[in-house]
Ligand binder design. Sequence first.
Ligand SMILES: Cc1cc2nc3c(=O)[nH]c(=O)nc-3n(C[C@H](O)[C@H](O)[C@H](O)COP(=O)(O)OP(=O)(O)OC[C@H]3O[C@@H](n4cnc5c(N)ncnc54)[C@H](O)[C@@H]3O)c2cc1C
Length: 291
Amino acid sequence: MKPASFDYVRAESVEHAVQTLSGADGDGKIIAGGQSLMPMMNFRLVKPSVLVDINRIAGLDRIELRGDRMALGALVRHRMTAEDALIAEHIPVLHHAMKHVAHLTVRNRGTFCGSVCHADPAAEMPMMSLLLNGSIHIVSERGKRVLSAGDFFVGSLMTALEPDELVTEIEVDRLPAGTGWAFEEFARRHGDYALAAVAITMERQNGVATNVRIGLMGVGETPTRMPQLEAMLEGSEVTERTLEEVVDALRSAIEPNSDLNASADYRRYLAGTLTRRALSDAWLRARDMQS
Ligand SMILES: Cc1cc2nc3c(=O)[nH]c(=O)nc-3n(C[C@H](O)[C@H](O)[C@H](O)COP(=O)(O)OP(=O)(O)OC[C@H]3O[C@@H](n4cnc5c(N)ncnc54)[C@H](O)[C@@H]3O)c2cc1C
């Protein structure tokens, strides 16, 4: 398998990258880790005329804590996210989720932003950016814009990114100290794409759950938040009964697809089971912060 022929440009700066993209008449592609793009090119599922390599651009590989947000630059590799002390301390759910992404060799090259741009519905990082209220920072020759993760994902492998745009960084929430969290995933083998996964964060105040977030993947064309379930849990104690009610509501709310790997019914059942486990774990992890 070989890709169709293409021109290769090693960008020296963000300006150079967007200028090259803009000159490609909608037919250019950014290459970051290449872990998703190269297989797609080898299968000739994509045939860019110009490949714009951003790997030598200085300053895009930073992870920065900015108040209550954490910024991950376009060249932050999965392995950096997995090993970064700030992320482990302030966003433990992201630190943990990264262990489920592929294998070490893929994590050495693949990037957080590349995964979000690729928008595979079975990939962990798009869901994490949605769960953590991600802001996608985008630049082109036409200027800069910032999109919320909710507006960014429009379908399976489809985003709101225009062909001449480059993502420079993604900002996500850091979690207040004492936040409970959990990540549950089921894949056939470790490192495979998930059949379904759920990520949850919640705080606990005066014995009840607050600021509950529930993210799901593998049950639709894009990752999804479950605001109706978050609202059910807000201000409640997480008991066996609440868990039953939330899981029933979840199974009624989602409409997964059937595919080669699993039927829609199986995915619906699985999503409920994973959510139940994750809610119990997040609740147990949350430290009570009495007001
Ligand atoms: C064997 C294998 C197993 C894998 N398993 C998993 C898994 O379990 N979970 C998982 O989440 N992922 C998995 N992956 C995918 C991996 O995480 C990829 O690294 C990731 O999806 C894409 O990141 P990348 O940096 O390699 O992007 P690339 O492959 O370089 O690019 C992917 C797409 O995003 C675009 N892009 C990249 N960066 C930017 C940018 N800054 N601005 C604009 N567009 C950009 C590219 O043009 C391309 O369209 C697997 C990959 C392999 C090869």
